[in-house]
Design a protein around this ligand. Structure first.
Ligand code: AMP
Length: 467
């Protein structure tokens, strides 16, 4: 949990061949609201025309029955946005729709391109006019500029020019197309419901609508779904996988199964167990920073045989705006979301488990609050991931390297800063010991080794680990 609402990444959903396509897309986005709260959109097709509705705000605020009725047809794609690149204007909300030589298409993209700027400049030089600053519009222009003969060939040509992380859904009048980058950085899965096909970032979207998971879209794979059925092509050569480890640690919903069908909650629990093996401390109670730290705390408490309790209670009903008091109230920022329970904490030696420390601000405020309001005797902070030392350029919203506290401070300095009695992070080897096929992940935020190259200048201090 971040008290400043650091934003998460995007969620996508697509469906082909269902009489209630737009309603299903709405639910698919609703289940994936955690992946982006800035804006959302749905584009549907009735076989001849594409229809688009999108706005800033939460999915449930944007769509009502009337608006969903304006999205006819039996196929649709949807997108939940947070701004990895491009500001929060409505024109940057996806899907992005465009007309090209072979008709219309709409595109919904999760991930970050690493060569978007270079490609954009090239396209502008050739006369392209951009309406948004979203990475995804670059893909639309690349498709439109392709001289290939079919839409599928144009898309293949386009996705072979982009670099970075992309799980991509494209809707044409007569087809739904899903493509995933060759590293498989962001999750993307395929399912089925009532004879129709569905594609989503996370399986929690399938659960809500009652769809069955079939398999992941493979790294480098392009799946074309149309009235003749489903067809799979190897669109991009894939030599190395680099799934985002942080999806397991923080981003994905705990009930989802990602990266080959592994349950997120069970991985988080195992991370907490490993953390306890590595950094046990004698204490009276283990409490999570809700909600992100809950699963790891269960694992930690089970392993250490210290009672688990909810020493911090979270308010789940915080709107996007609230009226700040004119007078300064102590710990206001964190109290908006979390309240310590004195009867659980008073006089106790407390272990507090969270999934990560980014700037250190949240942990500092929480420790202070547990000590002052909760009246705990000792506070031991345990983090169920290794030190976050490097920013993400593949679609996760992290601050600059300079703002990442662990990029320039040792663990004991961080402990002093957050005023904890002790602080331990999970070891890098400990993280790898918990993940299935650990060599198939991107750990750049923890080890500064970036698996995907960047166009032109590499961001400063980056060690490129090219494969
Ligand atoms: P900070 O105060 O910057 O150290 O933020 C740490 C908190 O942010 C932890 O409680 C994490 O659960 C949460 N967090 C980590 N990464 C992200 C992210 N990319 N977006 C939102 N919250 C995050």
């Amino acid at each position: 949990m971040n008290i400043y609402d650091m934003k998460e990444e995007c969620g996508i959903f697509g469906i082909y061949g269902h009489t209630e396509a737009a309603n299903m897309a709405y639910l698919g986005l609703y289940a994936q609201q955690h992946r982006g709260q800035e804006g959302a959109g749905i584009c549907s097709s009735d076989g001849a025309t594409l229809y688009l509705e999108k706005s800033l705000g939460y999915v449930s605020e944007i769509f009502n029955e009337k608006r969903l009725k304006r999205l006819p047809g039996d196929s649709a794609i949807g997108h939940n946005r947070y701004s990895t690149a491009g500001g929060n204007a409505i024109k940057n909300v996806q899907p992005i729709m465009a007309n090209f030589s072979l008709g219309s298409l709409a595109i919904a993209h999760n991930g970050n391109l690493t060569n978007a700027q270079a490609l954009k400049e090239g396209l502008e030089h050739d006369g392209a006019i951009f309406q948004s600053i979203a990475d995804s519009e670059v893909i639309v222009h690349l498709i439109a500029h392709s001289r290939a003969h079919t839409a599928e060939e144009k898309i293949i040509e386009a996705v072979n020019q982009i670099q970075g992380a992309f799980s991509l859904l494209i809707l044409k009048e007569d087809a739904l197309i899903a493509v995933r980058d060759s590293f498989g950085v962001r999750p993307m899965c395929l399912g089925t419901i009532d004879g129709a096909y569905v594609v989503a970032s996370e399986t929690c979207a399938f659960d809500l609508i009652g769809a069955a998971y079939i398999r992941d879209i493979e790294p480098g794979e392009m799946v074309i779904i149309n009235k003749s059925g489903i067809n799979s092509l190897r669109a991009i050569r894939s030599t190395k996988r680099a799934h985002c480890a942080f999806e397991f640690i923080y981003f994905s919903r705990p009930d989802s199964h990602i990266f080959g069908g592994t349950n997120v909650h069970s991985i988080r629990k195992a991370l907490g167990k490993q953390l306890s093996i590595e950094s046990y401390v004698d204490a009276d109670v283990v409490i999570p920073v809700p909600d992100s730290g809950v699963a790891a705390t269960i694992g930690y408490a089970n392993q250490s045989i210290i009672p688990f309790d909810f020493g911090l209670v979270r308010n789940h009903y915080i709107g996007r705006t609230f009226i700040e008091p004119k007078q300064s109230i102590r710990h206001f920022g964190v109290k908006i979301k979390l309240n310590p329970v004195q009867s659980i904490l008073r006089g106790k030696r407390v272990v507090v488990v969270d999934d990560s420390i980014v700037r250190g601000t949240t942990s500092k405020k929480i420790v202070k609050m547990i000590r002052e309001v909760g009246q705990a005797a000792e506070i031991h902070v345990r983090i169920s991931s290794p030190c976050t030392i490097s920013p993400c350029f593949y679609g996760i919203d992290t601050p600059t390297r300079g703002e990442l506290i662990a990029s320039s401070h040792h663990v004991d300095e961080i402990r002093k800063y957050i005023t904890a009695d002790s602080l331990s992070y999970l070891s890098f080897e400990g993280l790898k010991s918990v993940l299935p096929n650990p060599e198939d992940y991107c750990y750049a935020c923890f080890n500064n080794k970036y698996p995907i190259r960047f166009a032109r200048e590499e961001p400063a201090q980056m060690e490129l680990f090219l494969v």
